[in-house]
Design a protein around this ligand. Structure first.
Ligand code: NAP
Length: 287
């Protein structure tokens, strides 16, 4: 029976790994904060003491980590990914990172004899729980084919975008648009409130027309009642905007509204909102 590994059991990684276990797969898990492994071990996962152990025990290891620094740390750690890689093993990084980080992981994993796929996801906590993520894969196409049944448990749609870096670019572009939409939405709600309009009415009007979308429909009522429980932590949204700005810089692309959105999220981080949901950026427009 094929063996699978999962590194990083945060808001997204835990439900994604849980879906693999529920589907009957043999999964070995590791997380920096070890206690987050407990619910998955209770579901039948094997517990590993290090990332190296996970990779050594698995044919394909999936990773869902915070940011480029976390991805790099786990690969290079003396008890990390590279120490467990051997010929033919697959490493699928689903974290949202920049293309430079992704290409570097691809190079070192491949040099160690392994195979690499980047596979960042679009979708948040609930799609991770429901197995309805959108998966943006690129890299080793053979590994993509082998991982496909697992990706189909975690997601409802998947794309293979060619060489490593294209998945990272696609993901950053999606989230750059999302960050801009969210700040624009917040400005509209804040202006409406100051102008004496009910937020419920604004949401109803938006939902009735061409601007209707699941993000406004999902986040709007939560924002109106002040529920900023993190599904997508604000610090990660700002990380994605920062990485999108760097991509724009590298490609000499004019991105004025994304730059403004990035500034809004930086201000929100400075206001202590990093660990709240990304829609908590609303508070900087209303406080
Ligand atoms: P999260 O809840 O903050 O989880 C982050 C994970 O990374 C945790 O397992 C954390 O370990 C680990 N980590 C952080 N720094 C580390 C380090 N230096 N060494 C080892 N492990 C480290 O984040 P998330 O929401 O699951 O997001 C994970 C990734 O998916 C991010 O790249 C995010 O941008 C992306 N993403 C998120 C969403 C969403 O809606 N949440 C949607 C799409 C994509 P600890 O438990 O020890 O802190």
């Amino acid at each position: 029976m094929a063996q699978y590994g999962f590194l990083g059991l945060g808001i997204m990684g835990a439900p994604m790994a849980a879906n693999l276990i529920r589907a009957g797969h043999e999964v070995t898990v590791w997380n920096r904060t070890a206690g987050k492994c407990d619910p998955l071990v209770a579901m039948g996962a094997n517990r590993a003491a290090t990332a190296r152990e996970v990779v050594a025990a698995s044919d394909i290891t999936f990773a869902m980590l915070a940011d480029p620094a976390a991805v790099e740390a786990i690969v290079l750690d003396p008890n990390g990914v590279l120490e467990g890689i051997s010929a033919g093993k697959g490493y699928v990084d689903m974290s949202t990172v920049d293309e430079t980080t992704s290409r570097w992981v691809s190079e070192v994993v491949t040099e160690a004899g392994g195979r690499f796929l980047e596979a960042p996801v679009s979708g948040t906590k609930m799609p991770a729980e429901d197995g309805t993520l959108i998966i943006l894969a690129a890299g080793d196409e053979g590994l993509y084919g082998e991982a496909a049944p697992l990706l189909d448990i975690m997601g409802k749609k998947r794309f293979f975008l060619g060489e490593v870096g294209n998945g990272a670019r696609m993901k950053l572009i999606v989230n750059m648009i999302m960050g801009g939409m969210m700040t624009s939405f917040c400005e509209g709600l804040a202006l409406g409130a100051k102008g004496g309009l009910e937020s419920a009415d604004i949401l109803d009007v938006l939902a009735a027309g061409a601007l209707a979308n699941p993000m406004f429909a999902g986040k709007g009522p939560l924002m109106a009642k002040g529920d900023f429980t993190p599904a997508f932590p604000l610090k990660h949204m700002q990380k994605d905007l920062r990485l999108a700005m760097a991509l724009g810089d590298n490609l000499v692309q004019y991105l004025p509204s994304a730059a403004a959105a990035n500034e809004a999220f930086i201000r929100a981080r400075a206001a202590g909102l990093a660990d709240e949901d990304f829609c908590a950026v609303y508070k900087i427009f209303t406080d």
